[in-house]
Design a protein around this ligand. Sequence first.
Ligand code: HPA
Ligand code: ZN
Length: 316
Amino acid sequence: MPAVELHVHLEGTLEPELIMALAERNRVELPYADLDDLRSRYSFTDLQSFLDLYYANMAVLRTAEDFHDLTTAYLARAREAGVRHAEVFLDVQAHTGRGIRAAEVIDGVTSALATGGDHGITTGLIVTFLRHLPGAEALATLQELLTLDAPLLGVGLCSTELTSHASEFAPAFDLARAHGLHAVAHAGEEGPPQNVWDVLDILRVERVDHGVRAMEDPVLVRRLADERVPLTVCPLSNVRLRVVDTIADHPLRTMLEAGLVVTVNSDDPAYFGGYVDENLRQVADALALGPEELLTLARNGVESAFVDDARRAELD
Ligand code: HPA
Ligand code: ZN
């Protein structure tokens, strides 16, 4: 079982039951008759069709307590999956954009992450800039988080890959680096291999989130393998967002054979049918991964984590 999870959006762990409970607690009117009606919407044709529901459901997250409860529920489930170190994404702009104060979001999430030790889990928080919003807003968000002294491990980039160029986000990533933060970015999920080149060269990311479409470009594959740039792959997400047709069509085995540093992760487990344990189980079954490949995946996770040598040795 994987010890490390490096690609999970906290908002993507918002389970339907918690959506309904928070709606009631906060008296938020949802456009769903009941839990079954909500669940019936969890069928996606592409990334955008998922993002529409994902952002809409965030309306129930209003107070620090809500963010705390969301994060605590994730930690409990991650522990069940055998996770011992998690680096979690937080879409701060998806909340400040609807009038929630950044401090409220950060307080709720970080107070819960601080209890990770009770679950035997070390954690890190990565703020993911939203690529459908202007680069200047990403920069302003990071500036505010720095002013708040938010305990960040790094910055990332997510949402649709198709409507902006990575260079828009260079000022935000440069500021993050100047403050000693790590850098990752979603690329090569719905977008072409060029998007992966761009986040490597322009945003100077240390890991690529998804990156499965890098396989279309042999020169890129060689670079990623030579430089040992980790790819945080999310098999069930790729199936549910139609990046691949079925789990049996997933390129994960080919990626490993190409020498890529692949890790298995859950992305938005409440939406895509499983947490990291289920992702690993399904992809291992469908691609007939053997003990050696499973060990490589686990080791890749440990190698790719932003932890110090002492923690890395414990996780290995
Ligand atoms: N891709 C891009 N943005 C996202 C995703 C994803 O898979 N999940 C949550 N935000
Ligand atoms: Zn993601």
